[in-house]
Write a protein that binds this ligand. Structure first.
Ligand code: ADP
Ligand code: UDP
Length: 238
């Protein structure tokens, strides 16, 4: 499927039209940003790694019965997906305390959470993606009660599946962000699942292998993204 004109360019990806109004191409860039766009940079070949990592994870989820926007990997940087009407709510799942949770609640980084914690954030660059609750979502019409039920149940299901997916590859899934969208009367998982939007720690060493390396200038950013790629695509893990 050939890509046509650009519909949207975001911080990490570009969305292109195709000849089929139901399908769009998701192009993965090497651009990296953090702290609501305040920090910008490039992670060499991030787009290639994130495209392949996301494709693999979407295929895994489809095999486990989770409906996603993924149709097929087109090439190193492009994925064909179903066009969604994106719900402006980021669904964050946490298994280990890190990032904003540690700051907001004073919980020590690395604390294993007794239960997965699900949080909602309003997807708004000008507002810096503030944390919101179900009452805000319903009041301001960002999603219906029925849609929220799907976000919660699918979010928790995806978390359980991905914990095991990563564990089998010696990776601890600390936390991650999901985006969902409306499609033909239903709600599907969209966007990407990659080290840009997940915290992934090596199971044995605890080394960080995700965007925190870029956020906090930890060095070896490309090497650690590559490490995630390798752990996912080792011949035995394919
Ligand atoms: P941002 O918009 O936050 O800068 P990206 O650079 O990742 O993020 O841009 C990709 C955009 O495409 C995001 O806004 C995301 O919500 C949107 N998107 C993801 N999947 C789909 C889809 N299947 N259909 C339409 N839009 C999508
Ligand atoms: N996250 C994301 N995009 C966002 C906000 C968060 O991908 O706009 C991911 C982030 O990479 C982490 C998880 O969601 O894996 C939880 O992020 P957190 O709330 O801790 O925010 P942070 O401190 O990373 O900004």
């Amino acid at each position: 499927m050939e890509r046509l004109e650009k519909i949207y360019e975001g911080k990490a990806k570009i969305i292109y039209k195709t000849s089929d109004p139901d399908l769009v191409v998701q192009y993965f860039k090497d651009d990296a940003s953090a702290f609501n766009g305040a920090k910008k940079g490039t992670i060499v070949d991030k787009g290639v790694m994130n495209n392949h990592i996301s494709s693999r994870i979407f295929q895994f989820l489809a095999n486990e019965g989770i409906e996603t926007h993924f149709v097929e990997t087109l090439n190193d940087r492009e994925m064909l997906v179903k066009k969604l009407d994106i719900i402006p709510v980021e669904v964050v799942l946490r298994n280990v305390a890190a990032g904003s949770l540690t700051k907001r609640l004073g919980i020590e980084e690395g604390t294993v959470l007794r239960n997965p914690v699900l949080e909602f954030f309003y997807k708004s660059d000008p507002l810096g993606d503030p944390m919101i609750n179900e009452c805000h979502i319903e009041t301001f019409g960002w999603a219906t009660k029925k849609e929220m039920k799907v976000l919660k149940s699918e979010g928790l299901k995806i978390n359980s599946l991905l914990i095991e997916f990563f564990k089998a590859r010696n990776i601890r899934l600390v936390d991650f962000k999901l985006e969902f969208g409306r499609h033909k009367g239903g709600v599907l998982l969209g966007d990407e699942i990659s080290p840009d939007g997940c915290r992934l720690w090596h199971w044995d060493t605890g080394e960080k292998m995700d965007k925190d390396r870029f956020r906090f200038n930890l060095g070896s950013v490309e090497e650690k993204y590559q490490k995630v790629y390798d752990l996912i695509f080792l011949p035995s893990n394919g």
